[in-house]
Ligand binder design. Structure first.
Ligand SMILES: [Zn+2]
Length: 508
């Protein structure tokens, strides 16, 4: 039976190339999950379930262009640590045991619930399981997102270089006994992962009506062998899947590129031949001007994660330079430990605000149109979903969020797009539709018992905290060595300064 909706007379931000983030009054017809008609007025047809758009703002759902559901269990644990130190405690290396698929299901549900409640209809979830992902663990994520009804790209994050070799100065900074412990850690075989990834790409083709797809998640250039990066690129091309990689998040990584490759990370990836329109670089902060040109030329996307970058003191991505060069930008929350949130509204607002303090030329500051585009269509493009979602257009899938404009955040009512960027926090959301299916209605999730998920996680809280405390104690032993290598990296020069944001739009 055909399932159809007619949304009548809504205030709409289409985010398409004609009206973008300018509000227009539209009626929208949805059939079998697809937007089939948009007009100033549409007549009611048989099969239409009518949804009133009066006093409603209807927008495409946010695409969270970078997150890690692993961190769902680690939020609000850590503060005031740079990325490398933080990662040691949020993704420990010593004392690991795999999480059960059951806990992974709960964790995925938590991330999806917070996402849908905030108007996020697509997740790019770079699933970093430690000490490594099994088929059952990956299946738990796919099944959780399938059942709750969200759209997602889901990776098997991978590193295949020994841990000590991820950093230029760590080996010399370590005490011998810790060095021995790290050297004894198992390292994944490259061929083993490539076979796993190829099988996953096949297994999850058209999964949940194509709503969920596998994604290739090589961790970062310095954490993977070149053979791994090239092998992954082949799979991404064969299956037209997103290739998602962390690049130049920190100053330490900019130094690492010089030490390891004698060139920038972007130049290194370009020389390997793996940049291109399937590739999204998460962060992309410590890039040079010529790196930006390479990313534009190759059609590589960048996921901008302003809250995570602020919390970990990583630096400020050159937002205006990217846009001026034609680089496609998405926005991500990053994981719930580095940003403590899965709420894209906060990341979009942070993106709109952060770059205003990087220089006095106010004409260069991000506009609502720009940040909302990055939060929707830009993210969709980076996820290889630009023809599927990200804007409200005929032929696209109906991933729609309805905001009640009688709410506190829209009172008194001025410019809807500015309310959305600066005032709204998810509390006005009344209805969320993904793939034409209503997954949140009148403030309630329709596909899951939200209370039961939270209750179960709360009940398991003491056990989880004990596990995390033990891991933290064990891994804190490495922090003095991390301090020494951090200092060594900070004493090296780099070509750009992304702490101040200067050079990005400063007037001199
Ligand atoms: Zn990340």
């Amino acid at each position: 039976m055909s399932v159809g909706y007619l949304i009548e007379d809504a205030t709409v931000l289409t985010m398409d190339s004609t009206t973008g983030a300018s509000p227009v009054t539209r009626s929208i017809r949805v059939r079998d999950g697809e937007i089939v008609d948009i007009s100033g007025a549409l007549e009611r047809l048989d099969g239409d379930t009518v949804l009133s758009g009066r006093d409603r703002l209807v927008v495409p759902g946010y695409v969270n262009a970078h997150t890690h559901s692993w961190e769902g269990l680690f939020r609000a644990r850590l503060d005031n640590l740079p990325l490398e130190h933080w990662m040691l405690l949020s993704y420990p290396v010593l004392g690991l045991a795999p999480l059960s698929p059951d806990l992974i299901r709960l964790r995925s549900q938590l991330v999806a619930i917070e996402s849908l409640r905030n108007g996020v209809t697509t997740l790019v979830d770079d699933v970093l399981e430690i000490p490594g992902q099994t088929e059952d663990q990956l299946a738990a994520v796919f099944e959780a997102y399938r059942d709750i009804g969200i759209r997602a790209n889901i990776s098997g994050h991978v590193m295949d270089r020994p841990f000590v070799d991820h950093f230029p100065f760590l080996a010399d900074a370590l005490e011998p006994d810790l060095r021995r412990e790290l050297d004894a850690l198992a390292v994944l075989g490259g061929d083993e992962y490539l076979a796993y990834a190829r099988a996953a790409a096949e297994r999850y083709r058209d999964y949940a009506d194509g709503r969920l797809r596998f994604m290739l998640g090589p961790s970062a250039p310095q954490r993977c062998t070149p053979e791994m990066l090239v092998g992954i690129d082949d799979i991404a091309k064969d299956h037209d899947l997103e290739f998602h990689i962390h690049v130049l998040e920190t100053r330490t990584q900019a130094v690492t590129a010089g030490e390891f490759y004698g060139k920038t990370m972007v130049e290194y990836l370009h020389a390997l031949g793996v940049l291109g329109e399937r590739v999204t670089m998460a962060h992309g902060i410590w890039v040079t001007d010529s790196d930006v040109a390479v990313l534009a030329d190759t059609g590589t996307s960048v996921s901008h994660n302003p809250i995570s970058n602020l919390k970990l003191g990583s630096g400020i991505a050159p937002w205006r330079k990217y846009l001026d060069s034609g680089v496609n930008l998405g926005i991500g929350t990053d994981g719930m430990s580095s940003s403590d949130t899965a709420r894209m509204s906060e990341a979009v607002k942070a993106a709109a605000l952060l770059h205003k303090v990087t220089g006095p030329d106010y004409r260069q500051w991000p506009t609502a149109q720009e940040v909302l585009t990055a939060g929707t269509l830009g993210g969709a493009r980076s996820a290889r979903l630009g023809d599927t979602v990200g804007s409200i257009e005929v032929g696209k899938r109906a991933d729609l969020v309805f905001y009640d404009m009688n709410s506190l955040a829209f009172t008194p009512r001025n410019k809807p797009e500015l309310h959305l960027v600066y005032s709204e926090n998810g509390s006005s959301i009344e209805t969320v539709m993904v793939d034409g299916r209503i997954v949140l209605q009148d403030g309630h999730l329709t596909s899951i018992d939200e209370r039961a998920v939270l209750d179960e996680l709360q009940a398991r809280g003491p056990e989880l905290r004990q596990w995390q405390d033990q891991l933290e104690t064990l891994n804190r032993a490495l922090l003095p060595a991390f301090d020494r290598q951090y200092t060594a990296a900070m004493n090296r020069g780099v070509a750009v300064d992304r702490y101040s944001g200067r050079g990005e739009c400063w007037l001199n």
